[in-house]
Design a protein around this ligand. Structure first.
Ligand code: C5P
Length: 227
């Protein structure tokens, strides 16, 4: 069971990373947060003024791709998973509303996706890994052993993200967060490059009314059914 590739795809803020981390800890496998990688490229673009007034300087970003080094430092025992961008821990910076508001545009760029998908494939090819994202079961690992498509209502997802941001000392308005969730749903599922969609062989997990443990048990049941 600990050499499997497990793909978790789904909408924004539906708790993919929470359940993926739980699973990684329990099965002692690696966890790769692919959304964090798109967020890191977005943060880099903002820091280097490659995004101005919501529009991206695509040529400059393309030629900067080689200068963007993304790594994870995971301590599943402690439950921490840090994203590092060019030698700096940016785990908090990549979760701000500013990054959230720009990430869908950056992740719609074919050359960005190509690079990050390659990296994800290298990180996960040996198995023993759970990845969460939008296109893991459809593009990154179409042969994944288990594909889960997670979802929950936009309001529930916005509330979760709002609580998370509050806990980190940010002060967003709920409506703003809800709008961001809905906007990203629309952009992620209608973009040309690898739109968010359920893989044919994915199992759907709607966690609107499930707590953390129920979700984990649900996935463990699926793994047991697989034998
Ligand atoms: O998962 P998270 O919400 O942090 O992802 C941030 C954004 O990155 C998503 O809204 C989506 O635009 C993009 N993304 C993607 N493909 C992935 C993971 C994330 O396009 N595999």
């Amino acid at each position: 069971i600990n050499s499997l590739i497990i793909a978790i795809d789904g909408h924004s803020s539906c708790g993919k990373s929470t359940v993926a981390k739980d699973l990684a800890r329990l099965l002692k496998i690696a966890y790769i947060d692919t959304g964090a990688m798109y967020r890191a490229v977005t943060l880099y673009s903002l820091q280097n003024n490659l995004i101005a007034d919501g529009s991206i300087d695509e040529e400059s970003l393309k030629s900067s791709l080689d200068d963007i080094d993304i790594r994870f430092r995971t301590n599943l025992g402690k439950g921490t998973n840090e994203t590092w961008l060019n030698g700096e821990n940016v785990e908090n910076e990549i979760r701000t509303l500013e990054v959230s508001n720009n990430v869908s545009q950056v992740s719609a760029l074919g050359f960005v996706r190509k690079r990050l998908v390659e990296l994800q494939q290298i990180m996960g090819e040996k198995g023993g890994v759970v990845l969460d994202g939008r296109d893991i079961g459809t593009v990154v690992f179409p042969n994944a052993d288990l594909k889960i498509f997670m979802t929950a209502s936009p309001e529930i997802r916005a509330q979760r993200r709002y609580d998370e941001m509050k806990a980190k000392g940010e002060n967003p308005s709920f409506d703003e967060v809800l709008k961001n969730v809905k906007d990203r749903d629309l952009m992620d599922s209608t973009r040309k490059e690898s739109p968010l969609k359920q893989a044919d062989d994915a199992v759907v997990l709607d966690n609107s009314n499930l707590d953390q443990k129920q979700q984990l048990d649900w996935i463990l049941d699926k793994l047991t059914e697989m034998g």
